[in-house]
Design a protein around this ligand. Structure first.
Ligand code: BV8
Length: 251
């Protein structure tokens, strides 16, 4: 007998998902938790316990100590490189294959949705595996790191930084606009593995709800109450999503 919990989903949610022409999804760090990548708030175990990500993930922190910020991202990039997509990522690939129009909006910078096979992914906060010049945002593929000094572009000498959106920086305008359009045009909006604390990403589920679109929250910790247009699926995404795909499409 499997010790995995059997999830019961509301029949009307299954019907809505089966009938949906356009499904939109917002994911956060929780969708990568079962891949072994610490969520943003607990990303500071060990060496980084003494730093607050809210201050480390900023232009000011980088300008003050580029080497420290570079090392934090190198540590995280290495963690991401060791991680694999988990069943939550693959369930989202399956949903994308099953519905006519699918928009996957992620706050995550780990690139795991792409690696799992998701096609239409909007990376609102960039991607930690890409490095760009601090001076002009041009992506750089190669660099020298002597393990001591701030890392610079071999061609222009600009400091190099991760291609992510720091606190206080604007999100890529087109990505945000596409995400907002999906939130208001979709038939069902999933918000998966996010504490929904960081703006403007956190406004997307509210936008969908304000347009009367059913919103589905997948999170072990959310304590909201379900309603006719808000479905709370309490549990880890790596278990909930495959079970939802199975209950909806029998796969
Ligand atoms: C902006 C990339 C306009 C970097 C990230 C004062 C000054 C400046 C700005 C602000 C300010 N006050 C407010 C702001 C706006 C600020 C903001 O929202 N601050 C908040 C925190 C108060 N936003 C910005 O700065 C944005 N830009 O607004 O520009 C502007 C410009 C200047 C001045 C004002 C406005 C830019 C925000 C982007 C920041 N970059 N990432 C990097 O990664 O290093 S944000 C980063 O943190 C993540 O990308 C993600 O978005 C966020 C973490 O949130 P979550 O993903 O939700 O993760 P978290 O750990 O919080 O939660 C995990 C959840 O998963 C939990 O609920 C847990 O229960 C659940 N879970 C756990 N396990 C599982 C699970 N769920 C399912 N299954 C599981 N197994």
């Amino acid at each position: 007998m499997s010790d995995r919990p059997v999830y019961e989903f509301p029949a009307d949610l299954i019907e809505k998902l089966r009938a949906a022409r356009h499904v939109a999804v917002l994911t956060g760090a929780g969708v990568s938790a079962e891949s072994g990548i610490p969520t943003f708030r607990d990303a500071l175990t060990g060496l980084w316990a003494k730093y607050d990500p809210m201050t480390l993930a900023t232009r000011e922190a980088f300008q003050e100590n580029p080497r420290l910020v570079w090392e934090w991202y190198t540590w995280r990039r290495n963690r991401v490189g060791e991680a694999d997509p988990n069943p939550a990522h693959y369930a989202l690939v399956e949903i994308e294959r099953r519905v006519p129009h699918f928009t996957l909006i992620t706050q995550n910078v780990d690139g795991l949705h792409h690696r799992a096979g998701s096609v239409h992914v909007i990376e609102l906060h960039g991607n930690i595996t890409r490095v760009k010049r601090f001076d002009d945002d041009v992506i750089v593929e190669r660099w020298e790191d002597n393990g001591l000094d701030p890392v610079r572009c071999p061609d222009t000498g600009s400091l190099l930084r991760p291609d992510v959106v720091w606190f206080g920086e604007l999100l890529p305008a087109e990505a945000l606009q596409t995400a907002q359009a999906a939130a208001v045009n979709c038939d069902i909006f999933f918000t998966i593995g996010t504490a929904a604390m960081v703006e403007p990403a956190a406004s997307l589920p509210r936008l969908a709800m304000n347009y009367g679109t059913p919103v589905v929250i997948v999170n072990p910790a959310v304590t909201l109450r379900s309603s006719s247009s808000l479905y709370l699926l309490k549990g880890p995404a790596g278990q909930i999503l495959p079970a939802l795909v199975q209950a909806t499409w029998g796969v």
